[in-house]
Write a protein of this length. Structure first.
Length: 109
């Protein structure tokens, strides 16, 4: 009879640990859920602020009469700097090494 009683105590202890673990997991889940709600609220706020900035920029550009292309994130830069002159296009080195002795000349595509 002692083994049976010991087994019931063990089962009760295991069940208690299981319930405690389940409770802690639920609390943890609810905490994470609240954190995610907070993050979502922050992201929605940021998105609204960014949209307001875009709208303000559009309004400013429209008032100045500039084309919509000026809304691009980046304007192409030139290496001429503040002179306003465009830099010449960069040439790529397309040369091939000379042929070895005895080889016919190579054609450059």
């Amino acid at each position: 009879m002692g083994a049976y009683h010991h087994s019931q105590e063990t089962m009760a202890m295991v069940l208690g640990k299981f319930q405690e673990t389940k409770r802690l997991q639920e609390e943890h889940y609810l905490g994470i859920r609240e954190e995610l709600k907070s993050i979502n609220t922050t992201l929605v706020t940021i998105a609204g602020v960014l949209q307001d900035l875009v709208n303000t920029r559009r309004d400013t550009v429209a008032q100045q009469g500039a084309p919509d292309a000026s809304l691009d994130d980046e304007q192409p830069s030139t290496s001429a700097g503040a002179t306003g002159q465009e830099a010449p296009p960069q040439e790529h080195n397309t040369s091939t090494p000379p042929p070895a002795d005895g080889e016919p000349p190579r054609k450059i595509p």
